[in-house]
Design a binder for this molecule. Structure first.
Ligand code: NAD
Ligand code: MG
Length: 378
């Protein structure tokens, strides 16, 4: 039995993690969960079905404590830290969205827990620190992000020195067939209609602006110690091929799967073993796969991410924070879709306080400052 902690249990990744675990109750035991403001109607059902020992709420609520006397309740940001510090070994699934996921990841590593990481913002903002911490505390960090999970699988048994390039695929998001003119008047509702994946609102908007792929390029850089020039992103509408590795002898390894996050979630939890997922097999006699280049002109945020990644230091934090705040403003209908990229690019251009190898405190402070700056624009 493996003990599991789920951060963000009420989100898209969280709920799919619960689904996977309830199909393998002989293999996994959920010890702790954090519940968010979303899907509040599911809170009691989740606690009843998983019977966790510790639950973190966003805000203290005495009703929960009365209704579940056997559960230890904690709350807020401090509660998340108590949750990952709970004195039972295990693996922490980080399904929190945004930079709020960083501090709990650091605390979980320091508490010697393995990490199944969906929260890509952790690596985007603090990849250099996380890599050091994983070594120091001797824990495993397994990516849940489908492209990175695919790359990790393709790289098993390989010498990274023989890798020519890492290729991640992008479905293209809600507006893949729109031109710039058509993007001027798109609505939040339009942006939240992803063609292939059911995800939380922030990442769904990021898929439409291609910022998601930009963040994933930075994520891949840290996970696989790969130069940015060797990391490529291509448009692949079908979302069947998730990650591709090309080698110096001309061979190529690709990992294919139906677009269903339960596969990488289960893979991360059971790693290095494989378990039955129940996901339908691919029918290779009825399969069309297409690949196209992604244009920096159409997707300036993809270019901004490469640039920020290459500059390093606090630039990826600035990129991520400006984007998080701008996407939030877009979802609240305060700015238009195209203003997201305008804001992020402007904030990056004006940023002058870079430092190399920033500390966790510097990252947290910059994240906060940049978000405040963007919110003050509206
Ligand atoms: P979501 O919005 O559906 O869920 C996010 C969860 O985080 C919610 O439970 C919310 O309550 C919690 N949360 C948000 N802010 C918090 C805070 N300050 N403190 C504590 N909890 C907080 O998002 P999602 O789609 O599940 O994505 C989660 C993460 O996984 C993101 O980093 C995303 O990029 C990554 N990811 C998601 C998918 C997917 O298919 N959904 C795929 C790849 C990667
Ligand atoms: Mg992904």
């Amino acid at each position: 039995m493996k003990n599991v902690y789920i951060l963000g249990a009420t989100g898209s990744i969280g709920l799919q993690t619960i689904d996977v675990i309830l199909k393998h109750t002989d293999k996994f035991k959920v010890v702790g969960i954090s519940l968010g403001f979303s899907n509040k109607d599911k809170h009691y059902e989740i606690i009843d079905s998983l019977k966790p020992e510790i639950v973190c709420l966003r805000e203290k609520d005495l009703k929960y404590e009365k209704d579940f006397p056997r559960v230890k309740f904690v709350s807020g940001d401090e509660g998340l830290i108590s949750l990952v510090n709970y004195p039972k070994k295990g693996i922490v699934v980080n399904g929190i969205s945004g930079s709020a996921g960083l501090v709990p990841t650091v605390a979980a590593i320091k508490s010697k827990k393995d990490i199944a990481l969906a929260n890509k913002e952790t690596l985007v903002t603090a990849g250099h620190l996380i890599k050091k911490l994983i070594k120091e505390y001797e824990v495993k960090l397994i990516p849940i992000d489908s492209e990175h999970n695919a790359l990790m699988n393709a790289l098993i048994g390989e010498d990274i020195k023989n890798v020519k390039s890492l290729i991640i695929t992008a479905s293209g998001g809600a507006f893949r067939d729109y031109n710039k003119e058509e993007l001027k008047n798109v609505t939040v509702k339009d942006a939240l209609k992803h063609p292939n994946w059911q995800m939380g609102p922030k990442i769904t908007v990021d898929s439409a602006t291609m910022m998601n792929k930009g963040l994933e390029v930075i994520e891949a850089h840290y996970l696989f110690d790969m130069d940015y020039d060797k990391i490529k992103a291509v448009l692949h509408k079908e979302s069947i091929v998730h990650g591709i590795v090309t080698f110096n002898d001309g061979s190529v390894k690709a990992v294919l799967a139906k677009p269903d996050m339960r596969m990488p979630i289960l893979g991360a939890l059971s790693y290095p073993k494989r378990l039955e997922s129940g996901i339908e097999e691919i029918d290779f006699t009825n399969l069309n796969l297409s690949f196209y280049p992604l244009s920096f002109e159409k997707y300036p945020l993809l270019k901004a991410a490469y640039d920020a990644g290459k500059k390093g230091g606090l630039y990826p934090t600035v990129l991520n924070a400006a984007n998080e705040a701008a996407v939030n403003l877009f979802i609240k209908e305060k700015i238009s879709f195209l203003e997201i990229e305008e804001i992020v690019i402007k904030v990056l251009k004006e940023f002058k306080d870079n430092v190399s190898n920033p500390t966790l405190e510097e990252i947290i402070e910059t994240d906060k400052k940049i978000k405040e700056e963007v919110y003050s624009l509206c």
